[in-house]
Design a protein around this ligand. Structure first.
Ligand SMILES: CC(C)(COP(=O)(O)OP(=O)(O)OC[C@H]1O[C@@H](n2cnc3c(N)ncnc32)[C@H](O)[C@@H]1OP(=O)(O)O)[C@@H](O)C(=O)NCCC(=O)NCCS
Length: 393
């Protein structure tokens, strides 16, 4: 379909809308890299701060730089007394709405303004400061109390988990959350990153760009899937019921959460890594999740084959996505399922920050076209244009 000879792609599928040096998603081979580094390797060998630093600077920090950066993120992550009061008022609201609103309120309170006609580095500092607050905001909203005092130079992943479980988590649990956060920190031009960049492209302030992104991430087709994955495992109950339950969902034309991806035509590499993490943790969900995954993949394949035969075009490859095994990992470490999406947010917010920086560096306002499909209008015949004025001799 074309509008004035332009191609229309629903959902911008297949459209390249920006250039980035941050992450590369190879959907055909099932590979994900950050700044030329394999994320599946980073997940279990690096800390969250090291990977955020890598995204920011394009290289790993030295040990001294890492210590200083971890300290800086920790310092920036403290709420002032006024900010704590603002956030506390939102305690008890739906976690993603509360998080979105709290972050927006803090940005307003801090008086952040448009980055246009200012040094973009100042706005980047504001964005990074807001991103660093995620653990403290989530903890305050969840516990309705001031964030607990934690040992100094405690990493971001540990502080986040500590805030939700209420005590210092085990190194094994911290490693699992850290692996999860590293794997989900950035992912090309996913919907929320795109919306952060669109808002930033208008010159909007730091809070506006991040708030837009949080709203976009909250939907179940994007970051809201892992909670429903756990609901699905609960509803199935035991492995012997998986086939029938899944068949019933597909018959009712419902989506299986944790499967399918816009870009990956093969297994999402993050899903494979988190499956490994869940197995290493000996999560009690592993047995049931493994059976449900097998049943779902077989049923989705059969469903797509039948559809492809009926329609005479290739079916979609629907494989396990990152959210399926996320559910088993986050549940095991003690994160309540109500907070799976805020956990995703606390990780992706670092990727958004770097995309906002990139957007400011080479800004071009996002302004695509739309294909008008409404009623036609009868226009009067165009009035002949008056002759152009002749230059005075
Ligand atoms: C992620 C997702 C939105 C990507 O979808 P997409 O590339 O835009 O593809 P569409 O939504 O157009 O779906 C294409 C077809 O595949 C089907 N499909 C896609 N994912 C499916 C799933 N998880 N379960 C069942 N069917 C699915 C759709 O029903 C649609 O079938 P139809 O053509 O008969 O209507 C989609 O796979 C999905 O909804 N997954 C479940 C939610 C989820 O896990 N989200 C987390 C993503 S990381």
């Amino acid at each position: 379909m074309t509008a004035e000879n332009k191609t229309f792609s629903a959902g911008l599928e297949g459209v390249i809308a920006c250039a980035t040096q941050l992450s590369h998603v190879d959907g055909t081979a099932g590979r994900l890299t950050y700044r030329g580094q394999k994320t599946v390797d980073l997940a279990t060998t690096r800390s969250v701060e090291e990977v955020w630093y890598l995204l920011r600077h394009g290289r790993f920090p030295t040990p001294a730089e890492l210590f200083a950066f971890t300290d800086e993120v920790e310092d920036l992550g403290a709420l002032s007394a006024d900010e704590y009061k603002l956030v506390k008022r939102l305690a008890g609201t739906e976690p993603m709405s509360g998080f979105r609103t709290a972050l927006s309120a803090i940005a307003a309170h801090r008086g952040y303004t448009s980055w246009l006609n200012r040094d973009p580095a100042e706005t980047y500092d504001e964005v990074a400061a807001l991103a660093s607050l995620a653990p403290a905001i989530v903890e305050t909203l969840y516990t309705r109390r001031r964030p607990r005092l934690k040992s100094s130079n405690t990493g971001y992943a540990e502080r986040y988990l500590w805030g939700l479980v209420g005590e210092q988590p085990s190194p094994q649990a911290v490693a699992a959350v850290s692996a999860y956060m590293i794997l989900t920190m950035d992912h090309g031009l996913n919907a929320s990153t795109f919306s952060a960049r669109v808002t930033c492209s208008t010159g909007a302030d730091a809070g506006a760009s991040l708030t837009t992104a949080i709203g976009t991430l909250s939907g179940p087709l994007h970051g809201g899937a892992p909670g429903p994955v756990l609901d699905m495992l609960d509803a199935i109950g035991t492995a012997d019921k998986a086939d029938a339950w899944i068949a019933g969902q597909l018959k009712a034309k419902r989506r299986l959460m944790g499967f399918g991806h816009r870009v990956y035509k093969t297994e999402d590499p993050r899903a494979a890594k988190l499956r490994e993490v869940a197995r290493q943790l000996n999560s009690p969900r592993v047995e049931l999740a493994t059976k449900v995954e097998q049943s779902a993949l077989a049923a989705l394949q059969a469903h797509q084959d039948a559809k492809s035969k009926a329609e005479g075009k290739p079916g979609r490859a629907l494989r396990t996505n990152v959210e399926f095994w996320t559910a088993a990992v986050l549940e095991y470490v003690g994160i309540p399922r109500t907070h799976f999406s805020t956990t995703f947010c606390a990780s992706r917010i670092m990727g958004w920050s770097e995309h906002i920086r990139e957007q400011m560096e080479g800004n071009k306002l996002f302004r695509p076209l739309s294909l008008y499909t409404g009623p036609a209008v009868e226009w009067d015949a165009p009035v002949e244009a008056p002759p152009a004025p002749q230059p005075v001799q």
